[in-house]
Ligand binder design. Structure first.
Ligand SMILES: [Ca+2]
Length: 282
């Protein structure tokens, strides 16, 4: 009897310790895991209608899959392929085919946005998973795809600054990550995320790697931070501490040549979400 009580006690202590050590679970509040036959019906055109914005069986994935809000993992077919979002920009959005009132560069950014549920007013995380394919490392075509968060202030009014994380291949150059920070040094608010602070707090160079990568836009009391995997590449300080997402947008730039990008697991987390170890793209 004594032994049983001792074991129960030990189990209780272990449970308590584990609970204390594990970071508080942060729930998915909204988003789309692209696991159904079609995308969530709430996605609406952002700026200009892309050629294609639909669920497809995407590139095989080896990293651990993220659970959706109902606790289901991504659906995986026999060949290991998961359902993902295919976003294609093409001839319908070429400059010469756009109507006269939509010739500006604003409309070369083509995609959709998802209005999201109201999260915490100051601490939240938006994530997305992007497939960085061979096309980003070869050829001389331009391509650029991005994840953006449209914001509201504490009173519920839309604010102009739209935090964005973008993968950009410019001609023959190697691809680069860029993030939006109008107070930064970059032209028109675009800054290059080519370094990050490592575990020893030293600045280390960041290279774009091939394969699936989870990117994150986090907010904590008016400070936006941009993450590639678990590497923080930049930030953007807003003028107000109370800001929260009204919509999440996924876009690609139309440079007059058709191409497709592949995304998955576009989610809004209520609170500060940290990538699980098996999924942090290291
Ligand atoms: Ca999926």
């Amino acid at each position: 009897m004594k032994k049983v009580r001792f074991l129960l006690c030990l189990a209780l202590i272990l449970a308590m310790t584990t609970g204390m050590l594990a970071p508080a679970a942060v729930a998915i509040l909204d988003g789309d895991g692209f696991n159904k036959a079609t995308v969530d019906k709430r996605w609406v055109t952002d700026r200009y209608e892309p050629e294609e914005f639909d669920v497809a069986r995407g590139n095989a994935r080896s990293t651990k899959l993220v659970k959706d809000s109902k606790g289901n993992y991504d659906e995986v077919d026999n060949d290991g392929k998961v359902k993902t979002l295919r976003l294609t920009v093409g001839s319908g959005g070429f400059y010469q085919n756009r109507p006269a009132d939509r010739k500006s560069d604003y409309y070369m950014v083509q995609g959709k946005k998802l209005p999201v549920e109201t999260s915490s007013k100051n601490t939240w995380t938006v994530t997305g998973k992007l497939y960085v394919g061979q096309a980003y490392f070869s050829g001389s075509d331009q391509r650029r795809t991005q994840l953006s968060v449209y914001l509201k202030d504490g009173e519920g009014n839309p604010i102009e600054i739209c935090p964005t994380l973008s993968l950009h291949k410019n001609g023959d150059n190697s691809p680069i990550w860029r993030y939006y920070n109008p107070k930064g040094k970059g032209a028109r608010g675009w800054n290059t995320g080519d370094s990050f602070l490592n575990k020893d707090n030293e600045l280390e160079e960041l290279y774009v790697e091939e394969g699936w990568v989870t990117v994150m836009i986090k907010c904590n009391k008016g400070v936006i931070t941009y993450w590639i995997g678990n590497k923080k590449i930049g930030n953007c300080t807003l003028d107000t501490t109370d800001v929260y997402p009204q919509a999440i947008a996924v876009n690609a730039y139309n440079y007059g040549k058709e191409y497709t990008v592949e995304w998955d697991n576009i989610y809004l987390y209520d609170g500060s979400y940290a990538l699980p170890k098996a999924d942090n793209n290291d």
